[in-house]
Design a protein around this ligand. Structure first.
Ligand code: UFG
Length: 341
């Protein structure tokens, strides 16, 4: 009998790509989303890709009753928690929104998991927990740094909550995946990133500039101590990232874990500068971007990239899609959105 994975936040950017990969790997998926940060575009796209309607609970996981209902009506073998806010700047302006939502929904989920006698819990964490790392690339043993934003702090606190629960409640097992910079879209161009308002992240800002929604892309800082003066990041393709979740779910469900709580970096291992990314986007897609150098953005780290070798050894996962293809997919998605408008 196939196993069922609950995906709170499954109508969002990462959740929708993960849902597709889980279905294609033979799992059943139940999506839950309060649709607070998205519309049904990605949910519809997922259904079109997999060729059937998937169960969608329009539920807010901050409401414990809503979470209990989903667990009561389904036999949940594993859950992947994406139901969280993710804008760094907004979290500084409105910390309670972040602590309230991101922590409460996770606690409710773990409560329901404990009540049913246990569950496999996958938490979507972030490279932000490493702060400005002292040496590169970062391994899972690299120290976490004091978070510089409430958003980053919620990632650290949720990691700790999961590790404490795993220790205290037999039957709960956990994996935290620390993502580097997820970018790109599904090759079908039916699902992708849908930022509300002005994008904070680099790739959606690039694609919106290319399509004419934004006038000019500002590259924040060209005086960093890096080869071309711009920041270095580890841009991980969204489909590759989604596949890492399938590997992690399989590891939990097949009893392959070496400890009840595990952490994996999910990145390519290759640093790419912001300027290089912009140049690659222009070359691959044959478009000219209107960009300028601008002052540094507060809070940005100079450079961070992953050592993803543990994920390879233990999960059998590594990044495969070429950056050229990833950036072509991001552009195809933006054009798909423009055609729909
Ligand atoms: N950048 C620009 N111009 C833009 C947007 C971004 O030059 O318009 C630059 C940034 O300065 C940075 C790089 O592009 O050097 C990447 O920026 P993103 O905002 O796309 O991503 P970050 O590396 O800042 O964000 C990541 C994760 C977050 C996490 C954060 C912590 O996406 O989840 O790291 O620093 F919180």
């Amino acid at each position: 009998m196939s196993k069922t994975v609950l995906v709170p936040g499954g109508a969002g950017y990462i959740g929708s790509h993960v849902t597709v990969e889980l279905i294609q790997a033979g799992y059943d998926v139940v999506i839950a989303d309060n649709m607070s940060n998205c519309d049904e575009t990605n949910y519809r796209g997922v259904c079109a890709i997999v060729g059937r309607e998937l169960p969608l609970y329009k539920a807010d996981f901050c409401d414990p009753e809503a979470v209990r209902k989903v667990f009561a009506e389904n036999r949940i073998d594993a859950v992947i928690h994406f139901a969280a806010f993710k804008a760094v700047g907004e979290s500084v302006e409105d910390p309670l929104k972040y602590y309230g939502n991101n922590l409460q929904s996770f606690v409710n989920l773990l409560e329901a998991a404990r009540a049913q006698g246990g569950c496999n819990v996958l938490f979507s964490s972030s490279a932000t927990v490493y702060g400005e790392p002292e040496s590169m690339p970062v391994t899972e043993q690299s120290p976490r740094q004091v978070a510089t934003s409430p958003y980053g702090n919620t990632k650290q606190i949720c990691e700790d909550i999961l590790s404490d629960c795993v220790r205290a409640y037999p039957g709960i097992r956990g994996i935290a995946l620390r993502y580097f910079n997820p970018v790109g879209a599904h090759p079908s161009a039916l699902i992708g990133e849908l930022p509300r308002g002005v994008p904070n992240n680099l790739v959606p800002f690039i694609t919106q500039t290319a399509i004419g929604k934004r006038e000019v892309l500002r590259i924040f800082g060209n005086d960093y101590p890096t080869p071309d003066g711009t920041c270095l990041r580890d841009f991980i393709d969204i489909v590759d990232l989604a596949k890492a979740h399938v590997c992690a779910v399989r590891r939990m469900l097949d009893d392959q874990m070496k400890a009840p709580y595990e952490i994996f970096n999910i990145g390519t291992g290759t640093p790419v500068s912001v300027r290089e990314l912009v140049d690659t986007f222009e070359r691959v897609n044959g478009v000219k971007l209107n960009w300028v150098y601008a002052p540094r953005r507060e809070g940005d780290v100079t450079a961070i990239w992953a050592d993803p070798s543990l994920a390879w050894r233990e999960l059998g996962w590594k990044a495969e899609r070429k950056l050229d293809d990833t950036l072509a997919s991001a552009w195809a998605w933006e054009k798909h959105l423009a055609e729909k408008e």
